[in-house]
Design a protein around this ligand. Structure first.
Ligand code: NAD
Length: 384
């Protein structure tokens, strides 16, 4: 099997799909790995290390696309300004594409159609189900871990105060208050990070299980006031709340938001628009210099003043809507991503080739196009 790893071309993207360590694992399994020269530089993985691990470096990315049977990337295919071609147009019929495709998102519908027209077999990493046997393959969860950690670091960087309690000759400075809204994967990592930095950490979630986990990490729980039978749906996931319940929840958590020096917003129901839990009137009441990091920005954000991709000052509060937070910790996020993709590809490979069994929940959840048509249910629904 020939696997091609191009350099990521999205602006500011520093991750890459494989590390040298993962190259050597694929090579040991019998695969040939082609890596575009300089592909790992942004994450501090050097060409010489890839070569030492057994990869073949290729300068001309069109050659890489032409030779590979499987293309492994981090971000969805985009227009490559260097070759003046869309990455899909560099691909060929029957070629596999493994990446975050985000196929249900309307901005990607045209690209997904193009993949089907071209005869590409597209497998999306955001489709990996959150089930125990797929945990090692779940790159989305890894990226949420990165976002929770780095989200707190980014917030502290903008905070004009100390985070931990400081004792000095001129007196004691109180620790900062951090409030984490949503205690899923990124929220729990944010809680752990803020605790390690010495903050007083508060957290809320509408799922009692998530609150228990937050508590076990040392957070003080702020009750959302939403009863479990309304908050928790099938499979233990959060339900999307009615406007009425969101309003009740906001009035319950409002005081904790106003008193916080840092608010980390991560509330999300998979496949839905993120609930607006922080409104301008709450921001106005916060202390000057407070910081909000809206990690749920890709799903519209939890704060109505968040500007996607931007860091803005509103009413003396910094509101961060940075989109690609894992890309800000490219070495660690690449390491996690590459390991997840290695586990996925190994799982899908039989006798040295990718072999897809559509009756397998993992395969049916990740397959977007089957080499002829769009097969992803969520995407077909979204495209009408
Ligand atoms: P997750 O599903 O593990 O956690 C979301 C949590 O929100 C769940 O625990 C859920 O119960 C909770 N929730 C739902 N509705 C709520 C409400 N009304 N009030 C309080 N809590 C509520 O999701 P995750 O993997 O932690 O991802 C969280 C967000 O982070 C997503 O929007 C994801 O896209 C985003 N993310 C962003 C980046 C980035 O670079 N900006 C990177 C990775 C993840």
């Amino acid at each position: 099997m020939i696997i091609g790893v191009p350099k990521e071309i999205m602006k500011g993207e520093r991750r890459v799909a494989v590390t040298p360590e993962i190259v050597s694992k694929f090579v040991a399994d019998g695969a040939t790995i082609l890596v575009e020269s300089g592909a790992g530089a942004g994450a501090n993985f050097l060409d010489s290390e890839y070569e030492k691990a057994g990869a073949t470096l290729i300068d001309d990315v069109t050659e890489l696309f032409q030779k590979a049977e499987v293309i492994m990337k981090v971000k969805e295919p985009l227009f490559n300004e260097q070759t003046n071609m869309h990455e899909i147009d560099m691909m060929h019929k029957g070629q596999y594409l493994i990446t975050f495709i985000h196929p249900a998102s309307p901005v990607n519908h045209e690209m997904v159609q193009k993949m089907a027209d071209k005869g590409i077999i597209g497998l999306t990493l955001d489709g990996v189900p959150r089930i125990s046997r797929a945990q090692k393959m779940d790159a989305l969860t890894s990226m949420s871990t990165c976002a929770g950690y780095k989200g707190v670091i980014m917030a502290t960087d903008h905070l004009t105060k100390f985070v931990p309690q400081i004792f000095s000759a001129v007196g004691m400075i109180k620790p900062a208050n951090v409030f984490v809204v949503g205690a899923g994967v990124s929220g729990l990592q944010a809680i752990a990070t803020a605790k390690r930095l010495g903050a007083v950490v508060y957290a809320t979630d509408i799922r009692p299980d998530a609150c228990e986990q937050a508590k076990s990490l040392g957070a003080k729980i702020v009750d959302s006031g939403v009863p479990a039978d309304i908050a928790v749906g099938q499979g233990g996931y959060a339900n999307s709340l009615s406007n009425e319940w969101v309003q009740k929840q906001v009035s319950n958590i409002r005081e904790a938001m106003v008193k916080a020096d840092i608010v980390i917003l991560t509330a999300l129901v998979p496949g839905k628009k993120a609930p607006i839990l922080m409104t301008e009137d709450i921001i106005k009441e916060m202390s000057p210099g407070s910081v909000v990091v809206d990690i749920s920005v890709d799903q519209g954000g939890n704060c109505d003043l968040t500007e996607p991709g931007e860091i803005v000052q509103k009413h003396n509060v910094t509101i961060q809507g940075i989109k690609n937070i894992p890309g800000q910790v490219p070495t660690s996020s690449t390491w996690m991503f590459a390991n997840n993709v290695y586990h996925l590809v190994s799982y899908l490979t039989k006798d040295g080739k990718i072999n897809l069994d559509m009756s397998d929940e993992i395969v049916s959840s990740i397959m977007v196009t089957d080499g002829e048509k769009i097969v992803h249910e969520g995407t077909k629904e979204a495209m009408g």
